[in-house]
Ligand binder design. Structure first.
Ligand SMILES: [Cu+2]
Length: 268
């Protein structure tokens, strides 16, 4: 598992579901492979044998067995997954920190809410390549700061096309869809450090470079980072008004020319 227990309040649960599923499936696999190998050896064609061996069909006990066992397995996986998903998706009523992440081709915007003050923001640009080596320049990655030991709500929005917000070590990702607002709720633990973030929805030519860092820092360092954004003048919301397809001046006048969007002709 590419994560550490306790990184968020959900990570252990997800690792448990994953590991238990693998143990159960490997158990099924070992029994199945064992029976197949045993049957192939025990019932192999001996010297002098010709034609087909005796064929077994409509053997009710076996038919019932291999219908019921997979149904029980699938129902079990479904039940545990549904239970864990319901817990993970449970909203946190009054989170310590709220922020909004916008996915855009091909980078990220972060808007950090502050209590009693205007939000501050960071605008990511597409990852740059080192002109000499042609390799990705890691220092150009946008960084999302998150405070440790805090409950956090992240609102997820898309500026243009469908993206997906994925912090690899959190073992959880969620779609960012134009016109739809999604939320992610979790509590961070004590661990500080840098995590990997990616877009997990193929969103165009440079989807593969739609990467970011997540830096887990103490709440004091988090507040200091927000103040540094304020000092740089990055105060205020970076809302949907800067989406490429919103606002008259950005819309191609020929776009949707012949499309009836009013539903007036519906009853014809
Ligand atoms: Cu994307």
């Amino acid at each position: 598992m590419p994560s550490e227990p306790g990184l968020t309040n959900h990570v252990d649960r997800i690792m448990g579901l994953w590991t238990t599923s693998w143990i159960v499936l490997l158990g099924v696999g070992v029994i199945t492979w064992g029976l197949m190998i045993w049957a192939a050896i025990a019932y192999r064609r001996r010297k002098g044998q010709t034609g087909l061996p005796v064929q077994l069909r409509y053997h009710m006990p076996i038919e019932i067995f291999f219908t019921i066992v997979p149904v029980v397995l699938v129902a079990g996986f479904f039940a545990f997954t549904a239970r864990d998903q319901a817990i993970i998706e449970e909203p946190i009523e009054d989170p310590d920190y709220s922020l909004t992440v916008y996915g855009k081709r091909w980078s990220w915007d972060f808007v950090y809410e502050r209590e009693g003050q205007d939000p501050v923001h960071y605008q990511g640009i597409q990852v740059q390549n080192d002109p000499e080596t042609g390799q990705m320049d890691a220092s150009s990655l946008p960084t999302l700061y998150l405070p440790t030991n805090s409950s956090i709500e992240i609102t997820l929005e898309a500026r243009d096309v469908a993206h997906s917000f994925w912090v690899v070590e959190f073992l959880y990702k969620k779609d960012m869809l134009p016109g739809i607002t999604n939320h992610m709720y979790f509590e961070t633990g004590d661990q500080e450090g840098i995590l990997r973030g990616k877009c997990a929805e193929l969103c165009g030519e440079y989807h593969a470079s739609m990467l970011f860092n997540v830096e887990l820092v103490s709440p004091a360092e988090y507040d200091a980072y927000l103040e540094s954004l304020e000092a740089e003048g990055n105060v205020g919301d970076l809302g949907e008004s800067i989406n490429p397809f919103s606002g008259d001046e950005n819309v191609d006048p020929d776009r949707d020319e012949d499309v009836d969007t009013t539903n007036e002709g519906e009853d014809r």
